[in-house]
Structures are given as C-alpha cells and as structure tokens.
Write a protein that binds this ligand. Structure first.
Ligand SMILES: Cc1ncc(C[n+]2csc(CCOP(=O)(O)OP(=O)(O)O)c2C)c(N)n1
Ligand SMILES: [Mg+2]
Length: 721
C-alpha cells in the first residue's frame, strides 16, 4: 500500500489525530464538504492507480496531484463556463469541475488517459492531459508555463470578441483560470505572460484572468525558496495577490472566492498563491529520497489536504467509518472502471494518430474564398501593385469581408508597419481590430492563440523572421499541437505574417535578413506560404485566411522584405514585377510555372529566387537555352506534384534556394524529386551556411544570379568544365 494511503487510513482511525484541531463543525455545510472530499479522494486514488497501472505495464503516466487537492476549491469557486488551462497537478480541479456537469465521467476520462486509450475524450491519448470540451478545460502540453501566453491572450480576446459581436464560446463575464507550479512561475514565458496581462490591464483593457500558482516548494528536486513567490508576485502593480493554504480548505476558501470575485467583477488579473505539498515525488520515477530527508518527506503528511477535509467532515458529524467507507467506495469504483476499460483499443495507426493534425478540405477552402470575395466592397480590377501594396489591399479586403479578422503586432497600427504593409488599416477598421501590441513576440502569438479560441481569425505580425525564434514554441508547442491534443475540438485558426528573407538593400545584417525557415518547415501541420509577387500575395493570403476559417488551419505567411516595394524585373523602369490580381486563390500546395514546359531546364525556386531565376532565364535565352521557372509558393507542404511535373517536362532540374545550404528548402525539393523517382540530373545552388553580414559583404554569403547562371550552364552542358 502506498505510504500516503496508509497514513490517511491510520489517521482516520486515530480519532485524536484530527489534523485541524480547531475545525469547526457545520452540519449545514456537510454536503459541500462531502463534494470536496469526493473530488479530492477521487483524484488521490487516481494517482495511486496510475502508479499501479504503470507497474503492471498498463499505465504510461505517473505525475500526480497528491498534495495539490486544494485546487478542487478553485473549481468549486468558478463556473463550468470559465475556460481553464490547467497545471498537470490539477487533477482534483478536473474532478470537481466535472462534478458540476451532469453525466460527466471524470474517472473514466483520466483512466483512459493514463492507460493510453484511444477513446480518451480530449486527446485520444495523444498525450496525458486534463481537458474536456464540455468542461471548458483546454488541454495543455508538458512544456511548463507555455500555456500562460495563450491564457492571457484568451482573457484579452474574449472581451474583444464580444465587443465585435463575434460568436464566442465563452460568456462575457467568464474568468480564465490558468494554473501552474512554483518553479514554472520563474520561467520567462510565465513572467512575460503575467507582465502582458498587467501591462494590458494598465492600459485600461479588461483582462479577466486568475493565475493560480500551485506552490509545492519544488521544481522536481530544486527547492523554491520560501517566500519567493510572494516576493515576486505579492506586490505587483495591478495584480491582486491572495495567498491560500491548500491544506486547510476552510481557511483557503474565502481567499479563493475573493480572487475569483476580483477577476469576475473587476475584469482584471489576480494571482492566487495556493500553498500545496507534493506527495510521492515529482513522478513515479523520481526517487525523492535522493534529495530530501526522510523526516522532511514525512512532515508533509501533516499537511495532507484530504485529511483536512476529513477533519472538517468529522467535526460536522461524519464518523471515521463513514469517511473510510466513502474513501474505499471511490477506490472500488475506480477499479471497476479499470476493469471495464481493460480491453479498450489504443491508437492503432499513424493515420489515426495524425488525423487531427491538419485536416484539409480544399473545396471548402475555395468556397470560403468565394464567400469572402462576395462581400468585397470594391470589385473593380485593381491597378498593378507591388507586393506590399497587394498585401495591404488584401488585408483591407479581408477585414471588410469578415468581422472576425484581427490584424496586430508591433508597429502595425498607427504607423502601419515598418514597411508600410498595414498602412491606413487601423484608421479604416478601428483600433479594436487593427492594433499595436507589446514588444514581445511571445505575447503577440499568445494573443493569436487566445483569439483563435475566442472565435476570432487573428492575423498577427512578427516584425522580422529573426525575431520569431524567441517565441517560436508558441507556434510549435502550443498552436500546432492544440488540435492534435484535442482531436480538433479546440483549434488555433491563425495566419502569422512574418517579414523575412534576405537581399534587403540599405538595411543589412542578419537580423533584418534572416534566410532560415527550417524551424517552420518541420512543424507538423503548419502551412508556410511565401509569395514572390503581388498577385500571388493576394491569392495566397486569401487562401490562408479561408483555410483558417474552413479548416482552422495554422499558417505562416512569409513575406520577402526585399520584394515588398520592387517594381521592376529586368530593367529599371520596366515595372514588370508589378501585378494585378488574376486568381482569387491558390490551393495550398500548388506552384506557379513561368514557361510552357518544353524548355531545356527547370529552375525551381521561391521568394527572391523567383525574380533572380527569371532574370537568369532571360540571360540563358540569349545563349539559346530555354528555361522554365517554377515558383513553389508554398514551402510547407511543398507542391510535390507540381515539382515532379515540371521536372519531368524538361528532364533537368536546378534548385535555386536562397535559404541556407544546410537545412534550407532546397534539400527538401531534391529529396522530393529523388523519392518520386526522378532520374534526370539535379543541381542545387543555395546560400552559404552563414549568418548574413552587414552591407555589401552580404553578397559573399547569399546566393547570386551569377552562381545560378553558372550552374544552369553546367547542367545544360554549356558551362565550363
Ligand atoms: C520548459 C520546460 N523545461 C523543463 C521541463 C521539465 N520539467 C517538468 S516539470 C518540471 C518542474 C516544474 O516544477 P513546478 O512548476 O514547481 O511544478 P510541480 O511539478 O512542482 O507541480 C520540470 C523542470 C518542462 N516540462 N518544460
Ligand atoms: Mg513545484
């Protein structure tokens, strides 16, 4: 028997061991105490069962909630409609919340997760999470603190959704509950998100979020110094801080209620410091004895929240026998459920596992583009535009067509973006829909993550590709995984505009010329669009937004900065890089071909490489070599079919890749060709494996037209040996 189980039983039997000597009996409240006891004891037994199942080879997760069961009180103080993003030790919260929803099955839900069963209600056991669509519990990843930016984003966005009269899953007076551990509170993601909440509230905007720090004094083996959480968060301007001893429910309850009331009533952030203990080490595999003294571990038993609740129940008239009987019945019910689940299936195929990753319905997306176009105010054909003008006009069109669309980021509002891409949009569509954010990419993406959950279609901007990287986990770990861990029940429709790639004249250095996109291309389900010209920009952007609406698609819209204002292609003044709209949309994964396919050579490129290749093609033509140029337009998923067709039509391929030789897009293009059985000659030219230096030195490491031409001549047998 688990020593904690033994201690609980022994203490119940010992009537002198009433943990809370002064526990006042209140028979009127006994139903409430029993409700608390049920939730806490259920969570406790699930922890014991988790470890037993693991030892039997039938369970796969042993991080428990024992000692944290005071968090059940937070569930009891909030509503079934308050979105909750929970710490992995919030098991008792989960059970207590479920008890507010008739017909819910928290024991089965948790067991299915522990046992890795395919019918687990939220993630289908793609991970062990607390989550349920009917309980407003949104599942979290294991990356500590990574859910805080989303939680803050949701608190901000739910108000905006109501203000814009957008259908929102969460009521206007909802409280966002966000729990996390004490060590997690030190993570920059947590401190950044809490700062975002406070800075936003400071500006007078509603931010109804309840931060719940479940403080057990440890992050795995590392102690959090006593008093640190209070020192860090106890006197932050604009943050109501309340401390509650989770091991004494009666004392904790008023503070918890007050914290919820502050958030619900005043629509501003509060920080509930819930003191807990951690029983059984960090996880089943953690030998706590290797870093804590036995007497310290034992001393924690006196702070068992379950015993505290039992003490109050006894003071209210329940006998030890009643409590033990209830405690044992709960355990029996769990065992029965385990028996019922014994033969239930686990996820059985890659296809089943991956189904929620990136559902794609191209016909629905096309229909959504048409719908968006119908409401377009000005149907007259546009004059020829630059890439930047086209993105601006299309954002304008999308903002007009659908009131759910939001555009935000650093400098996108009044200034209209560093490069003018969002110029005039704030003035026309108002500050509720086009606005500046804090200088924090994590907060920008967090707002996008929350806005998607609130029923909005966010189009956040990251000012430069190099500045995505400090926040990239919000895309990778949070946004891309939410449908995966919720079987599509909670999603992140979002189009992240990122200005990037190299060849900027006048504004040099790596950070304004980052040409690395590998970090995006390997995120499962993420769509990466990269328009090279104005008409494609409009069509690709519409497609991304329509896919966000129709399929909740998450996409990155990578804008080549050096092409923003480019007008000419071959000669100064030819204006050949301006374009008028000609397609409404471009299906995800379809390339554009320049040429008819009977040429001697296919150049496959994207972004800046497209006009470079077209110029090289003209030079080659004067040497009698006809070359086709294929613009990938989509970097993920790659237009494999079009790549192969273009390659087969000429038999010779030159991959023209402005990203780096290692990890660049070109590697994947070559691989796609080889895997598809293309047997003709393939060459690849790319930029160097270097950061981009300042000024004209950049030319030394970036792919040049001379290199492209040389490779093309060699490939066609016209070059020097
Ligand atoms: C970003 C990140 N780094 C490291 C880990 C590994 N890890 C898992 S839990 C944990 C300690 C968290 O401690 P705390 O926030 O106090 O929560 P507790 O487990 O004590 O409830 C660590 C380091 C992680 N999950 N995420
Ligand atoms: Mg801790």
């Amino acid at each position: 028997m688990d020593p904690l189980d033994r201690h609980f039983r022994d203490s119940l039997a010992d009537s002198s061991a009433s943990q809370l000597a002064g526990a006042a009996g209140d028979a009127d409240k006994s139903a409430w105490w029993w409700e608390l006891f049920e939730a806490q004891a259920t969570s406790r037994h699930l922890d014991f069962v988790a470890r037993e199942l693991q030892q039997e080879g039938r369970g796969f997760y042993t991080i428990g909630s024992s000692g944290h069961e005071g968090n059940a009180l937070v569930a009891m103080a909030t509503r079934l409609t308050d979105p909750a993003l929970l710490h992995y030790r919030s098991g008792a919260f989960y059970v207590a919340r479920a008890r507010q929803a008739p017909g819910s099955t928290p024991v089965r839900d948790v067991l299915q997760g522990l046992m890795g069963l395919a019918d687990e209600p939220i993630a289908g056991s793609r991970h062990k999470v607390f989550g349920h669509p009917d309980l407003a519990v949104i599942p979290q990843t294991s990356t500590i603190a990574s859910h805080l930016p989303r939680s803050v984003g949701l608190a901000i966005a739910l108000h905006r959704a109501h203000r814009l009269k957008v259908d929102c899953e969460w009521p206007e007076d909802a409280v966002v509950v966000c729990s996390f551990g004490d060590a997690s509170a030190n993570h920059s993601t947590a401190s950044g998100a809490i700062n975002t909440a406070l800075a936003t509230a400071f500006r007078g905007l509603p931010v109804p979020i309840l931060f719940v720090c479940e403080d057990n004094g440890f992050g795995i083996s590392v102690p959090t110094p006593g008093g640190w959480i209070e020192a860090a968060y106890g006197s932050r301007p604009g943050l109501t801080y309340l401390s509650a001893d989770g091991s004494d429910p009666s004392a904790a309850w008023p503070a918890i209620v007050q914290a919820v009331e502050v958030v619900r009533g005043e629509r501003r952030p509060a920080f509930l410091h819930l003191q807990t203990v951690r029983f059984g080490g960090h996880a089943g595999s953690d030998a706590e004895i290797s870093y804590r003294k036995p007497r310290e571990i034992e001393a924690d038993y006196s702070r068992d929240p379950l015993l505290a609740t039992a003490s109050y129940l006894r003071a209210a008239g329940a006998s030890a026998g009643d409590l033990l009987a209830r405690y044992d019945t709960i355990r029996r019910q769990i065992d029965d459920e385990v028996a019922r689940l014994a033969d239930d299936p686990r996820l059985g195929s890659a296809a089943e596992i991956m189904a929620p990753l990136a559902p794609r319905h191209p016909v629905r997306v096309a229909a959504t583009v048409s719908q968006l176009q119908q409401t377009r105010p000005d149907q007259t054909p546009a004059r020829p535009r630059t890439l930047a003008e086209s993105i601006n006009a299309t954002l304008d069109e999308l903002l007009s067509a659908d009131r759910r669309v939001l555009v935000f980021g650093e400098d996108v509002g009044v200034k209209g973006g560093v490069y003018g891409v969002t110029a005039r949009l704030a003035r026309k569509h108002g500050a509720a829909r086009v606005f500046d954010t804090l200088l924090d990419e994590q907060a920008i993406l967090g707002l996008g993550l929350g806005a998607g959950l609130a029923g909005l279609i966010p189009i956040p901007e990251v000012q430069y590709l190099a500045y995505l990287h400090n926040a990239e986990d919000q895309l990778r770990g949070e946004a891309a995984t939410l449908p995966f861990y919720s079987r599509g029940r909670f999603t992140n429709p979002m189009v992240v505009r990122i200005a990037g790639l190299a060849y900027q004249k006048g504004f040099g250095g790596h950070f304004h010329n980052d040409n690395a996109v590998a970090v995006l291309r390997d995120i499962p389900g993420l769509v990466v669009a990269c328009p090279a010209r104005a008409d494609d920009a409009a069509a690709l952007l519409r497609t991304c937004v329509a896919a966000a609406i129709a399929d909740s698609t998450l996409s990155v819209f990578l804008e080549p900065i050096a092409l923003y204002h480019r007008r000419d292609l071959y000669e100064t003044g030819d204006q050949a890089w301006l374009a008028t709209d000609h397609e409404d949309h471009v299906p995800i994964g379809r390339a554009r071909s320049y040429g008819h396919g009977s040429e001697a050579l296919t150049m496959i490129s994207f972004g800046n490489g497209v006009p470079m290749s077209l110029r090289v093609a003209r030079r080659l033509a004067s040497s009698g070599i006809a070359a086709q140029v294929l613009d990938l337009r989509w970097l993920a998923p790659l237009p494999v079919e079009d790549i192969l067709a273009a390659a087969l039509s000429t038999g010779k391929v030159l991959v023209v890749d402005e990203t780096r030789h290692s990890g660049g897009v070109g590697e994947a293009v070559v691989t796609a060709l080889v895997e598809a059985g293309f047997s003709g000659p393939i060459q690849r030219v790319a930029s160097q494996d270097s950061f981009v230096p300042l000024g004209t030195a950049a030319e030394q490491v970036l792919l040049s037209e001379d290199e492209i031409e040389k490779a093309a001549l060699t490939l066609t047998g016209m070059g020097e040996e």
